[in-house]
Design a protein around this ligand. Structure first.
Ligand SMILES: Cc1cc2nc3c(=O)[nH]c(=O)nc-3n(C[C@H](O)[C@H](O)[C@H](O)COP(=O)(O)OP(=O)(O)OC[C@H]3O[C@@H](n4cnc5c(N)ncnc54)[C@H](O)[C@@H]3O)c2cc1C
Length: 502
């Protein structure tokens, strides 16, 4: 048996990132690793982060969490997509619905048939072919992998939840599994003079905690990777100029929507996230174009229920660490970089960073090739998500404010330009290098943001008009016949996973 060079691992931070890291590591490496987590009640957590994407189900499954118990414990609701309002133009509305759209025929993706039918005038709306969208707009939800007696995918879901409660829920499991939690504020980080590795951290009360490896989950401070090891930050505000959010919890509105709302305003956008006990709300904005007071007022004017606390402003700088793993330390969560929550990707980045770390676990020591591979993979994931988010801002016809004019006319990364040009010219979309967002995701956002292709794949002409009409009618009939059979989300939750009132 090989000797594991990492015997003691120290996680700094007890936000979503810290407890997700601890949960996965203790689950997968119990007995092989001593895990210590240090968090400071005085500093607290960022206190936002409520919307997720479907792969979180995999994470929860690996941890062995029961979905109903998890939804109950976190005041959660189900999420089938994100509705974007006022993005392509004021008054526009579309959804990035999870799951597939229509069904590919042979090797030709569905959108080519839809584009052909659109040209011929009988396509209907693209979202008529999204089961998730059709269920979401009627506030319905059920667990259904496949539409019965059909080849069509069923519901693909993620969750809205209270991130603080999620961390608390994970913490309980971690402590039962042997993670040693230390409460206290770190005031000093010591490096080994020969290797430059982190040797220990010192707490305000004088306690010294040594470790073989450190995971920096200290939030925007980036206490270890950024501050102690001096890894720099690549700033992406040139492409994503929003630099603040104002957040406020409020009473829920009249509907329990199974989707996040993202409503564009004159210098940013607002989220509405329905939880069981309240709604999460926030306004992400660009301080070059709107003051904090005006941004706060815009948010308060657009709540569906009474605010439950004072609005809180959270400044941020969009970008990433130049490296995510340096010496004997990785950064996970906000300490590794930040992309605004437009597509709910931060918690996902926590998940994939920890999974990658487990896959590349340095049991044989700190191998430079292994570290480079990790940095390459995490960097690619950050950049592909960055491009997807820029698409929402750049592909717009809005010119009603200086902010939107700036976004519409800015230079964009070459990687995104290539994707948009390819789609515009040919209707083609390729998922590159296992990037996070699928062809269906890119398709919905491109069309939703009014990027319209000039052509479709010639193989889509292989069916006659009659055959294609029949195909479309069948798909729509299956979807529209199944949606009314799904329960309303509010009834589903009442039956399976209602949380105790808070
Ligand atoms: C406005 C906004 C909205 C967001 N919305 C979403 C969303 O909808 N979906 C999504 O996926 N993500 C979202 N995110 C991101 C999400 O909030 C974070 O990815 C997630 O909460 C993880 O945060 P964290 O654990 O890295 O940091 P934090 O929550 O800030 O935790 C940091 C931890 O480090 C500890 N710490 C710091 N310094 C010290 C010290 N000196 N000594 C000891 N302990 C210390 C703190 O006590 C705390 O426990 C959003 C972020 C923002 C800013």
């Amino acid at each position: 048996m090989q000797e594991n060079s990492i015997k003691k691992l120290v996680i700094v931070g007890g936000g979503t990132a810290g407890w997700m890291a601890a949960s996965l590591l203790v689950k997968l490496m119990r007995g092989q690793l001593e895990i210590v987590l240090i968090e400071s009640d005085d500093i607290g957590t960022v206190g936002v982060g409520e919307a997720t994407i479907p792969p979180i189900q995999i994470f929860n499954n690996v941890l062995g969490l029961n979905e109903d118990e998890f939804v109950k414990a976190t005041q959660g609701t189900f999420k089938l997509g994100i509705q974007f309002e006022n993005w392509g133009a004021v008054g526009d509305k579309y959804m990035h619905a999870f799951g597939s759209i229509g069904r590919q025929i042979g090797m030709v993706p569905f959108q080519h048939y839809w584009l052909r039918a659109k040209e011929a005038g009988f396509a209907g709306d693209l979202w008529d072919f999204s089961f998730n969208y059709q269920a979401a707009k009627e506030d319905r939800f059920d667990r259904m992998r496949q539409i019965p007696n059909s080849p069509l995918e069923g519901i693909t879901h993620a969750f809205h939840f209270d991130a603080g409660l999620y961390a608390r829920y994970l913490r309980k499991g971690c402590e039962l599994s042997g993670v040693n939690r230390i409460e206290g504020m770190i005031t000093d980080v010591s490096l080994d003079s020969a290797s430059g590795n982190i040797a220990s951290v010192t707490l305000k009360d004088g306690q010294v905690v040594e470790g073989d490896f450190f995971i920096d989950c200290s939030g925007f401070r980036s206490l270890l990777l950024g501050q102690a090891l001096g890894v720099g930050y690549t700033d992406w505000t040139g492409w994503l100029p929003c630099d603040r959010a104002v957040a406020v919890p409020a009473e829920n509105g009249p509907r329990m929507r199974p989707y996040t709302q993202s409503i564009a305003h004159k210098a940013g956008w607002q989220w509405r996230i329905p939880l069981q006990h309240r709604a999460g709300n926030g306004h992400v904005f660009c301080s070059d174009h709107i003051s904090e007071d005006e941004a706060t007022q815009t948010l308060l004017d657009n709540l569906e229920g009474k605010p439950l606390a004072d609005p809180r402003v959270i400044p941020f700088k969009t970008g990433r660490r130049e490296k995510f793993w340096h010496k004997n330390c990785i950064a996970v969560g906000l300490s590794s970089g930040f992309l605004e929550p437009l597509e709910s990707t931060s918690i996902h980045l926590i998940q994939t960073s920890i999974v990658r770390f487990v896959q590349m676990f340095p049991s044989l020591g700190l191998d430079a090739t292994n570290i480079d591979e990790y940095n390459e993979q995490v960097g690619f994931e950050f950049e592909s998500i960055r491009d997807f988010i820029i698409l929402h801002y750049h592909a717009t016809q809005r010119d009603d404010s200086a902010f939107w004019k700036r976004c519409r006319t800015m230079e964009i990364p070459e990687s995104l330009k290539h994707k948009m040009d390819l789609f515009r010219e040919t209707g083609r979309i390729f998922r590159f290098n296992n990037e996070l967002f699928s062809e269906a995701g890119w398709l919905q956002v491109m069309l939703g943001q009014r990027v319209m292709p000039k052509a479709y794949h010639p193989m889509a002409d292989g069916l006659s008009d009659k055959q294609l009409r029949e195909y479309f009618t069948n798909l729509k009939t299956i979807i529209s016949g199944t949606v009314p059979k799904l329960p309303k989300q509010v009834d589903f939750i009442a039956k399976h996973c209602a949380a105790a009132p808070m």
